[in-house]
Write a protein that binds this ligand. Sequence first.
Ligand SMILES: [Mn+2]
Length: 341
Amino acid sequence: MPHNERIGSTANSINDIIQALKVAQNIIILPHKFIDGDGLCSAMALGLALESLNKKVAVSIEEEEIPNTLNFTSANRLVQKKASIDMMVDLAIAIDLGDLERLGSRADIYENAPNKMNIDHHITNSIDADLKLVNSEAAACGEIVYEILKSMDISIDKNIAECLYIAIATDTGGFRFSNTTQKTHHIIAELVSTGIDVANISHRVFDIATYTKIKLMGKTIENMEILNNKAVAFTAIPYDFINELMPSVDDFEGLVNIGRNIEGVEVSVLLKENEPGVFKGSMRTNKYVDAAKISSAFNGGGHKRAAGFSIQGDLKEVRGILLTEITKELSEHKPHTQENS
Ligand SMILES: [Mn+2]
């Protein structure tokens, strides 16, 4: 597919976007809260490119710090906390989000900007913007930014390539998810040709974990029960363990997937006891159980395959309540083939 064919894109043409980027001088780029590889790194790639055109650029994130797994690129210098931003913004770009709620405390920066742009690839996008480039066919915003840079004749140097690589690699789960296309691989081939260190990037982004996280993984596995004829993986990390270990929020990332990846498991639940008797739950499902539906019964929600909730009580009691709901959902739904995304 030629690079200028943009199936699924809406609103403005890429030329409108390019014109606005050329005119703007002070640009703030805003990825979503709970920052991830695509949000941060597509923002930084665009930021580096705009800097090369002598524009003043900041990437503002909601988090106090860049997560460990993403905290190694030279582009990180573009990242500023909201409080330290001291420029008169003439263009705000909301990137990798389809809902302004996902800007968190930074929504006002976007709302108050004289020019608003939204670059996104979510199929549900309700953002009001002066300029909008939404391409739900793109595997990552990194692919859209790549296309913008090509159209602007901005050369993709090693630093930009590194950011785009991380953006695309993370949103495709390391080129394994169904959003990975021939075009994805064509773009990646060009990025790799700049000399980026793929092995090092992959190790940093996908493999490295803090020792604290490894200990949490150990506890997650140690406490795991396989129930309901092996369809449910249930585990809890107790308050005392957390209190002694003092993990960061990052350290809990992905722990619930350990249960989900066990052969035959449909529902994986991980309970984190934040305070004695106060649990934050994560739920992942594989094929047919609606995690959002179950979670909504416990002050939570999310997506069909990934949701979160809150529940209070003693662990035994909480476990019983949750398993009753999960068992009900499991028995109500006959497995059927469905895209697992
Ligand atoms: Mn994304």
